[in-house]
Design a protein around this ligand. Structure first.
Ligand SMILES: Nc1ncnc2c1ncn2[C@@H]1O[C@H](COP(=O)(O)OP(=O)(O)OP(=O)(O)O)[C@@H](O)[C@H]1O
Length: 352
């Protein structure tokens, strides 16, 4: 049996998030201190494990769910929880499906989900918990207050890591201007970026689970992640050559401990076994040029192709810049001024 992929799990967690009609119905069941066994989806396999009960086929409302949960047996909903298909059903899954659950409701839910491939939700009368069973995976839904507290902590940590990422990026920029960059400096930035990305993924998962309660959190998350993808793309461009490519995605496979190891991280990035951490590397200058206002990316590529390196670009006069196809007097001045400002701020950072 295939274990569910994260997107499938997130889809069902979103259907069960606070503010959705399904969660509303479940919360009412919890308040009434009764339990429930709900199959989300109706197919032949579900029919095969169902006995008894009665077919109702009515549109879903939280109140109807709560009323039907007062009866013994399971409730079967349509796949999108828009209709209540049957109620009072006795489920008889094949007992050979393994389960570590205790209690017949939870054992049944686990097995039915494995046998039919459909998600099954239990509301425990004894423990006041909501559990999602999905093809052998079990997920107890946390209470909203707990989720919110965890999500806020992840967001705060992300904010701190992001500040450090930008400190490290500024340091890299200064070193680039002085042509003093080593593999270690690039690796540091990439490691920090990956850490922020991991915290972002964690926060995004909380946002899904929090439903309408996660809206504010999502706005804050988006504000923090705005320029991260761009930074990653430019970093790859800056330190990749046709015969030697750098891949930030290489870091995604590393465990949390390995990610903190510069040697492991450098290798995963593609710097290769021979590149010692102290080996000098030079930027092409994409990240630096992206900081010059009103300079379209196509011009940045053209400048880099023409001059070959950031150092050559810094040395270029207005006349040298005019020799690049498509660059006129005005744009040449903007580029020249921008480059001077970049060099100045790099030296100013160094003095701080
Ligand atoms: N095979 C089944 N098909 C349909 N409903 C079931 C089935 N097994 C249990 N239930 C429902 O679950 C209810 C509670 O059963 P039981 O107390 O054994 O389960 P549990 O897992 O301990 O649940 P809880 O935590 O709510 O006490 C039953 O009264 C019945 O409504």
């Amino acid at each position: 049996m295939e274990t569910p992929d994260p997107e499938t799990l997130h889809r069902y967690l979103a259907m069960l998030a606070p503010g959705t009609p399904l969660r509303d119905g479940i919360e009412r069941i919890l308040k009434g201190r009764t339990g429930a066994l709900i199959v989300l989806g109706h197919n032949r396999a579900v029919d095969q494990v169902s006995t008894g009960g009665f077919s109702i086929d009515v549109s879903f409302t939280p109140t109807k769910l709560r009323e039907l949960a007062k009866m013994d047996g399971a409730i079967v909903l349509s796949g999108e929880a828009e209709r209540i298909v049957t109620a009072g059903v006795h489920l008889m899954p094949d007992a050979s499906y393994p389960t570590e659950e205790t209690g017949t409701r939870h054992r049944t839910a686990d097995r039915v989900s494995q046998q039919t491939g459909k998600p099954v939700i239990t509301v425990s009368a004894a423990m006041s918990t909501i559990t999602l069973f999905l093809r052998g995976t079990t997920r107890v839904l946390e209470r909203s207050e707990v989720l919110l507290a965890r999500a806020n902590l992840a967001l705060q940590t992300m904010e701190r890591y992001r500040a450090r990422l930008f400190e490290q990026t500024n340091k890299l920029s200064s070193l680039e201007v002085q042509d003093q960059v080593t593999v270690k400096d690039v690796t540091f930035v990439a490691q920090r970026l990956e850490m922020v990305r991991r915290l972002d993924a964690e926060t995004a998962a909380y946002v899904i689970e929090l439903g309408t309660l996660g809206r504010l959190l999502e706005m804050q998350r988006q504000e923090l992640t705005g320029r991260l993808d761009e930074l990653g793309d430019l970093l790859e461009l800056d330190y990749s050559d046709p015969e030697h490519r750098i891949h930030l995605d290489g870091l995604t496979e590393l465990s949390a401990a390995d990610l903190l190891e510069p040697v492991q991280a450098a290798r995963a990035l593609g710097f290769g076994g021979n590149d010692h951490l102290d080996t000098r590397v030079s930027t092409h200058g994409y990240r630096q040029l992206a900081q010059i206002n009103r300079l379209p990316t196509s011009f940045a590529s053209r400048l880099i192709d023409h001059f070959g390196s950031l150092q050559e670009l810094f040395a270029a006069t207005i006349n040298d810049l005019l020799a690049v196809e498509g660059i006129g007097e005005q744009r040449a001045r903007v580029i020249r001024d921008g480059l001077v400002r970049l060099a100045e701020s790099a030296y100013a950072d160094q003095m701080d």
